[in-house]
Design a protein around this ligand. Sequence first.
Ligand code: FAD
Ligand code: NAG
Ligand code: NAG
Ligand code: NAG
Ligand code: NAG
Ligand code: NAG
Ligand code: NAG
Ligand code: NAG
Ligand code: NAG
Ligand code: NAG
Length: 627
Amino acid sequence: MRILSGLGPVFPLLLATAVLSVDPAPSPTDPKDFAAVDFDFIVIGGGTSGLVVAERLTENPSVVVGVIEAGEYRPGDPLILIPGSSGPAVLGVNSQNSSNLQNNPIYDWRFESTPQPNLDGTQIRYPRGKVIWQRASGVEYDLWESAFKNPGWNFANMLPFFKKVENWTPPNFLNPGMVSSQALRNAHGTSGPVNVSYNTYRPTTEVPCVEAGNDLGLVSSSDPDSGNGTGLILQARNVNPVTGFRVYAGPAYFEPHVSRPNLKLVSSALVTKINFASGHGSLTAVSVDYVSNNVTYTAKASKEIILAAGTIQTPQVLELSGVGNKTLLSSLGIKTLLDVPLIGENLQDHPVTYSDFEVDDGILTLDDLSFNATFANDAIQGFNKSATGPLSYTAGVIGPSTMQSLTASAAEFKTLMTTLSQYVETTKPKTPLHAAQIKASQDALNAGKIAWIELVMEPLGGIVSVPAVNTSYMTVVSILLHPFARGSVHIQSSDPTVAPLIDPNFMDNAFDIQALIRSSQFTQRMVALTNVTKGPNSPSASVQSDADFDTYIREHTGSTAHPLGTMAMAPQEMGGVVDSHLRVYGLKNVRVVDASIIPFTLSTAIMQTVFAVAEKAASIIQQDNHI
Ligand SMILES: Cc1cc2nc3c(=O)[nH]c(=O)nc-3n(C[C@H](O)[C@H](O)[C@H](O)COP(=O)(O)OP(=O)(O)OC[C@H]3O[C@@H](n4cnc5c(N)ncnc54)[C@H](O)[C@@H]3O)c2cc1C
Ligand SMILES: *[C@@H]1O[C@H](CO)[C@@H](O)[C@H](O)[C@H]1NC(C)=O
Ligand SMILES: *[C@@H]1O[C@H](CO)[C@@H](O)[C@H](O)[C@H]1NC(C)=O
Ligand SMILES: *[C@@H]1O[C@H](CO)[C@@H](O)[C@H](O)[C@H]1NC(C)=O
Ligand SMILES: *[C@@H]1O[C@H](CO)[C@@H](O)[C@H](O)[C@H]1NC(C)=O
Ligand SMILES: *[C@@H]1O[C@H](CO)[C@@H](O)[C@H](O)[C@H]1NC(C)=O
Ligand SMILES: *[C@@H]1O[C@H](CO)[C@@H](O)[C@H](O)[C@H]1NC(C)=O
Ligand SMILES: *[C@@H]1O[C@H](CO)[C@@H](O)[C@H](O)[C@H]1NC(C)=O
Ligand SMILES: *[C@@H]1O[C@H](CO)[C@@H](O)[C@H](O)[C@H]1NC(C)=O
Ligand SMILES: *[C@@H]1O[C@H](CO)[C@@H](O)[C@H](O)[C@H]1NC(C)=O
């Protein structure tokens, strides 16, 4: 079975540790002391969303919040902080390579999907790590209210929360076709906890890619964040422009407040179960079991239990607690307290495929870090002195694009739309929510309202092919932003340490694969126009026809790790699992604040949206509890 990893640049740990030393830390709160606290709220999961909610709720000193996180507490870890170290897992280098962030058990749950029948049985990795700071188009957030019936959830209402998260610094250069934009400034916040900036290192391949994209009709856009995310854009990133370090929920929302007496966090502690009061009618959550160092503890909360364990594990924790599909739970010997068959369904994720190209002699890419000692040394010095240079690099130019702009002709677009009509006619929606999603997709595709595929120009190889010795590449990544595929995630055992079954169901329909074929062929045309490469490497130049690309893509598809939707926010009669106040239907005091509540996938990387959802969630929780 082949295992394909996500995307991310390839740097040895060596470069990272040359700049900083590893500084692991003990759990901020001892697991036994944690269990002795009388909490108002317990947050399960100290990732992106959990830390936002915990921080906001504890701004009120009389509100006592406990966060339970399974991972280790590692402030100051260079592998996490240095943007360029967030890769890779080169194809073929699987197993436990502790030189890498991904697939390393200290940082990564090392989840894999079920073997994907439409990808030649490939198992896709579900790793962790993040830096692209991106917002979807406004119409997509508006659908949450208009099509999926969640009052108060639209772009205008989300905008203040997007801004509340950010401490934004404008870009210091622009690419061809881009102009300095006041609208871009207006779309961002400047006093929030997450430092947001732009890439400062400009690889030689970058401007030629923009010019070639422009020549083929991709329009440069100066403001992707005010409601239209489509166009060739400069990509923002959650990186502190002064230190060059990646900013994530830990340093932004937790570390500055670690000494708040009403905020407790226990790390290296796995939540195994939520306990409910046995009473009449609606179930009330009263406590949470967690395991640390092989000892089980129970912590109590008087107000609410807040799930922030993410799209994969929030359903897992609920199913382990007896809330889920009764047939499934019974088969695993778990007593069902509440039969909610749609928990874990509606899984959506962004499949990704890649094309790489060998660059012309004399063009330096990030690959040169591994065989040009001068270049590597300069990179370390540059990062150390001024947080600049190749080690500070994160994807600078990306192109969220409509299918109209990626197809070679009106006829090719029409053929694609015929495939879409056939899909719509022959697909029986699973729920009214699913039917609304299909309708919204068809409408957006036909009108070119939102981007369907995102191209990311990476100045390096090693993502989709094993690089030749002393050879440099560029890779163009194609991310399918709105796949029609719907998958699921469910437990396969009553043992909380056994990974859930993750099935994104990639490429289960003809439209999704055709969209990626069109994008891969566009990529070949665009890169040919850049004049900076010797030509295609993977796929090779002989891959031309739709059939050849079909085969190639099925063998080279991964996940961008943007899973969402498994606890969808929508009315119960539509197939929703949480209401518009993020309460799980049928449970009195359990809310979900993570990526799993996002009902419909977005034409963007999702982390910024997850932060904004969590900010809005905190505000809803405060209002509902009058705190
Ligand atoms: C490799 C990778 C790269 C990414 N890159 C980007 C990017 O560049 N841009 C972008 O926008 N998005 C990116 N994402 C996606 C983004 O990081 C996620 O969408 C976001 O972090 C989700 O937030 P969350 O709060 O839902 O879950 P998470 O941030 O995953 O938090 C869940 C937390 O719960 C903990 N947990 C789970 N189960 C338990 C349990 N039983 N007990 C205790 N704790 C538990 C987990 O350890 C984790 O810390 C990337 C994701 C990955 C994996
Ligand atoms: C681990 O990764 C490093 C750097 O990417 C590489 O040099 C090494 O060969 C890998 N080791 C294994 C066992 O794959
Ligand atoms: C980084 O700079 C500091 C001084 O500012 C120096 O002590 C350290 O050796 C430098 N590290 C590298 C790898 O150059
Ligand atoms: C963000 O930048 C501000 C200065 O503008 C700084 O005080 C703060 O520590 C930074 N936060 C992080 C998490 O880097
Ligand atoms: C954990 O505890 C169980 C019994 O409670 C024991 O069988 C097991 O060996 C312990 N595991 C470790 C890693 O200590
Ligand atoms: C519930 O689980 C059973 C057994 O796994 C499965 O057959 C059924 O389709 C599931 N229901 C839903 C709505 O997913
Ligand atoms: C190595 O990198 C330096 C820049 O740091 C560059 O001047 C030199 O040409 C590179 N060498 C080769 C062989 O590409
Ligand atoms: C979004 O902006 C791009 C780039 O400027 C433009 O080409 C496109 O038409 C716009 N889309 C919409 C729906 O306005
Ligand atoms: C690769 O480059 C290194 C350093 O520049 C050199 O020592 C080595 O001989 C080269 N290897 C090949 C196969 O060209
Ligand atoms: C590539 O070369 C052609 C022919 O010389 C030229 O017209 C085109 O502008 C070049 N493209 C770029 C991106 O430089």
